[in-house]
Design a protein around this ligand. Sequence first.
Ligand code: AMP
Ligand code: ZN
Length: 432
Amino acid sequence: MFWQEELETISREELGVLQSDLLKATVARGSISPHYKKVFEASGIDPAGFRGLSDLQKLPFTVKQDLRDSFPFGFLAVDPSEVVRVHTSSGTTGSITSVLYSQKDVDQWASLMARCMVMTGMARHDVFQNLSGYGLFTGGLGFHYGAEILGAMVIPSGTGNSQRQVELMRSFFTTVIHLIPSYAFRLFEVMEEMGVDPRKDLKLRVAYLGAEPHSEETRAKVEDLFGVAGYNSYGLSEMNGPGVAFECVHQNGLHIWEDAYLLEVLDPETQEPVPEGEVGEMVLTTLKREAMPLIRYRTGDLCSILPAGCPCGRTHRRISRIAGRTDDMLIIKGVNIYPLDIEKVIMSIPEVGGNYVIELFNQKGADNIRVKVELNPGAFREDMRHLEALRQKIAKELRDSVLITPKVELVQPGKLPRSPGKAVRVVDLRGQ
Ligand code: AMP
Ligand code: ZN
C-alpha cells in the first residue's frame, strides 16, 4: 500500500532530475532569508547561476549554532503573515531554536507522515493513539496530522498519565501507538500493575518508536512485551519533525523521503562523502520547504546508507538505524564508545528491564564509567548471590563487547530516575 505511489516508486533517474530542480528552487528561496542572503553573499554564491545537484558541494553547511544565532526569524523566507505554525527544537543542549511553517509546509509534512504510516500497513480502520508530547515538540502534531489525513481514528493522548493511556487503549480498541522507546517500558510496568496483558487484553499491533536513539535489541524487547511490530521513526525538528525517514514492513533500515530531503552522509572530519555502507554524519537539505528552507544542515546524527532496492518497491534509499551522534562519543581508557553500544549489550540480557543510565566519573585522574541497570521485576530477588552472579554476567558481556570493564550496579525495578521527555542516558559526574 502506498500513499503517493508515483512519488514513492519514482525511478532513480527521475528522482535525480526532480531533486536538482527542487534544490535550485530551494537555493533561490533561501536567498530571501536574512541568514542565507548574508551567507551566500559572503561565499560568492549567486542563486541565479546555481545549477542544481552538480553544484551542491559549493553550498555552505548550516549548523545548529546558525539557528541559535538567528532565533527566531533569521531563516524566514516568506512574509511573516504566511507563517501558520511555530515549533522549537527540544533544546537538550544549549538554547532553543525555532522552526517556522507555512500552510503548504504543514500540508506537505502531513502527507510525508501519512506515507510513513501507510508504508507500515496502517489504514483508515486503525485506531491511532499518539503518546507523544504535543505543543512545541514536533512528535505530537506531526504524527497527528498525518494520521488524520489518512483517515484513522486519532486519540491525541499525549505523554504521561499511564493508567489513563491503558484505559483509552482498552476502551477504543487502539491498534497503533506512537511513543518514545524509553517510555514503552514504563507503560508496560503500569500495565502489569493494572493486571493488563497487552498481548491478550488489548488490540495493539503496531508501535512507532522514535525521537530518541535506541538499539535493535530495544525494539525486539518492546515487540515482545507488547506483541506488536515496532517501526523505527526518525526525524528532527529542523527538518519539520518526524517523517524524515521511517521503516517499511521489511524493517530493514529507514526509507528517507528523498523528494523532500536531500541526503548526504559525510565524514565528520573531512566533510567528504563516505562510501555506501560506511558510517558518517547525516547532512540534510530541505527540498520542498517554503517558510524556512535549510541547506546542508549538519544533523550530528551518525548513520550509513544501505544498498539500494527494497522488496516493498519504494525507490527512496534506506539509512541504517542511527548509530550515535557526533557529539556523544565517550573516550574511556583510550577506547571509543557510543552509549548505544552499551545499550545493545544490556538490552539483550533477559533479566534487564527497560531503564539504564551511564555515569561518567573520574577515578585517580582517569575517566571511567558506571552502568546502572534496572532489573525487570521477574528477575529481581533479594538474594545477594543471585544478584552478584547477574552483575558479573552483565559486566562480562559488556567487557566482551565494548572492550573495557565498566563498573556495573544493579538497581531495583522502577528505582532509576526517569525524565518526562527523551531519556537522559549519560550523566557526567566528572566535575564533582
Ligand atoms: P528534536 O529536534 O528535538 O525532535 O530531536 C531530534 C533528534 O532526536 C535527532 O537529531 C536525533 O538525534 C534524535 N532522534 C530522533 N529520532 C530518532 C531515532 N529514530 N533514532 C535515533 N535518534 C533519533
Ligand atoms: Zn521498503
